[in-house]
Design a protein around this ligand. Structure first.
Ligand SMILES: Nc1ncnc2c1ncn2[C@@H]1O[C@H](COP(=O)(O)OP(=O)(O)OP(=O)(O)O)[C@@H](O)[C@H]1O
Ligand SMILES: [Mg+2]
Length: 236
């Protein structure tokens, strides 16, 4: 589903050049739940932003569903992004001036879904995430946990093929963080492909595989135990 080969990213300002990613190669298959860990500045968000088509690589190849995205035109990338990717951010990234309903509805407007369908879809996803009674509220009137649930609803509303999450529990207390992780686990159990950046070993333990990054390269990839057990059991 995602195939990255020798992907590099260099940030250039007038004085400094930062090599954020150095010839990274990795593959994400449909239905995978993968976490990316590593110290601050190791390039995790840079990688996720490139995969999410919010930023471009400086070199190498990035294929999303067999289509080359490195060097693709902005129009091609934004179409691919709208059709395939749901993004969840650490700071929720909701629009404060819009109600919860309007925030969740936004990706549907971008995808030209008719108004009557939009209403139905927003109501359905809100019910699923337990935020139906908050649709008329504004983000600032909600707790952090509720805001992240709204952000998850917005990320899911277009039925994305892949969910990208950059420290989704980073601004949440452990109870709300756990709820978000349970939500992601449920989504994965229902077939979602998830790529999550995290600083938490506990959160990473929900995923099948952890990719460890350092200084813009992949140091290691390891399978996570609780899921190895599941895989072994399901084979017998
Ligand atoms: N827009 C930018 N301009 C210049 N340098 C940048 C930019 N974005 C990131 N960098 C640099 O690229 C490197 C990787 O940053 P990145 O945000 O990917 O790290 P990270 O692993 O997500 O860290 P954290 O865990 O703190 O979120 C860092 O050295 C950072 O300073
Ligand atoms: Mg980051």
């Amino acid at each position: 589903m995602i195939k990255i080969e020798k992907l590099s990213k260099i940030f250039r300002t007038e004085e400094v050049e930062t090599r954020a990613l150095s010839e990274i190669s990795l593959k994400i298959n449909q239905g995978d739940f993968v976490s990316i860990m590593g110290p601050s500045g190791s390039g995790k968000s840079t990688l996720l932003n490139i995969i999410g088509l919010l930023d471009s690589a400086s070199g190498g190849s990035y294929k999303l569903l067999d289509q080359e995205m490195a060097g693709a035109k902005e129009k091609v990338k934004s179409k691919a992004r709208k059709e395939n990717i749901g993004f969840i951010f650490q700071n929720f990234n909701l629009i404060d001036e819009l109600s919860v309903f309007d925030n969740i509805e936004l990706p549907l407007i971008y995808n030209h879904v008719p108004a009557s369908d939009r209403k139905k879809k927003v109501n359905e996803i809100a019910a699923k995430l337990g935020i139906s009674h908050r649709l008329k509220h504004f983000p600032q009137q909600l707790s952090g946990g509720q805001q992240q649930r709204v952000a998850v609803a917005r990320a899911l509303i277009n039925d994305p093929k892949i969910i990208l999450a950059d420290e989704p529990t980073g601004n949440l207390d452990s109870k709300n963080g756990n709820e978000v992780m349970e939500l992601l686990t449920d989504l994965h159990a229902n077939g979602a492909t998830i790529l999550m950046v995290t600083h938490s070993d506990y959160d990473a333990s929900f995923s099948q595989k952890t990719i460890l990054m350092k200084d813009g390269v992949v140091l290691s990839e390891k399978l996570n135990h609780r899921n190895v057990d599941v895989l072994v059991t399901s084979k017998n």
